[in-house]
Design a protein around this ligand. Sequence first.
Ligand SMILES: [Zn+2]
Length: 404
Amino acid sequence: MRHEIARMASLPAVRSAMEWFRDEEAEFARWQMDLARIPAPPFGEEARAEWAAEKFHALGLHEVHKDSAGNVFGVRRGELDWGISISAHLDTVFPPNTPLNIRQQNRTLYGPGISDNAAGVTALLALAAAFENFSLPHAASLMFIGNVGEEGEGDLRGMRHIFSETKWKDFIRASLVLDGAGSDTIVAEALGSRRFEVAVRGPGGHSWSDFGAPNPIVVLARAIHLFSQTRVSSSPKTTFNIGVIRGGTSVNSIPDSASMRVDMRSSSGVEIQRLEMELRRAVEQAIAETEAFAGARKSPERDSGLTWEIVSIGNRPGGELDPGARILQIARAVDAHLGNTSRIQRASTDANIPISMGREAIAIGAGGSGGGAHTLHEWFDTGGREIGLGRILLIVLALAGAGQ
Ligand SMILES: [Zn+2]
């Protein structure tokens, strides 16, 4: 494999493309900032999809189209009857109306979504451009995909759709997912997650005249207190987070509802199930404690009127790539060739869908370096981006059977 990678890397077209990646940096930074200025909240990716489709056309991709989920495709056909997909998610975590103050200072780009995933989409475009500008060999077809629904409540719906509903689902033999900055990781283990919305409802009332009526915000606070004391396994690493709380309308009303959103992650489905049980137990106990306390103040036999429900708002399947998978061997051989130190990582990415189906897929970064993902202070350092792009190119060429 290493010999094959070295032979490919020495092809004149490949070497020219590698140099071009370095020379074209200013243009890549412009694409990245243009893209990051287009809002793309979960379920609101249309404008970015339009932008990506235009770019796909301009960069010479064929069969540019959108599927019914909103994913954008562009194709370069090879002689074989199968293809590989190179994808980057279009969506961000940021709600509509988030100020997108995207700017550049020297070689660093700043602003929400600039790394995650404007960097990934930029790498996707840079790769498409390289195949248009240089005669890079590929026997398999190359599917370039800007997909929707990776972040948060998107729940991987873009990839789920591609691998269950579209005509490409059996055509794609291996998937390379470009997500975020960096060149030092290979995500080959799909971290599973479950997400829930917990809602507590009560009769509500006036803060003075109905004093003593059960307060859903208090119930929720008790439940959070109880649940947050849950012990979790450190191996396999298991985590939980309460990311959103809502409830109440005014300071002098007893609210009639309160809710929270909870995220649980582990590569072990059993650990996630255990956490889900703990969450239910915490809410039940919080209701019981609140009722006991209210009952002591009012008539104990009266129904408190409190109800609760837990609704699943996210379910990402987990799984692990076979250690002997060809895509993993290729990625490691490319890193060895480039003298690039990388480590295998477990994360929740678009690659979860193909990996959970037993297909070959990995997720890697788009080069450069970055930080502050999912915050307004996100940044991307373009320095060394060409190394990441070269890495992606070599992986794609090897996957697609270059020069066979
Ligand atoms: Zn991402």
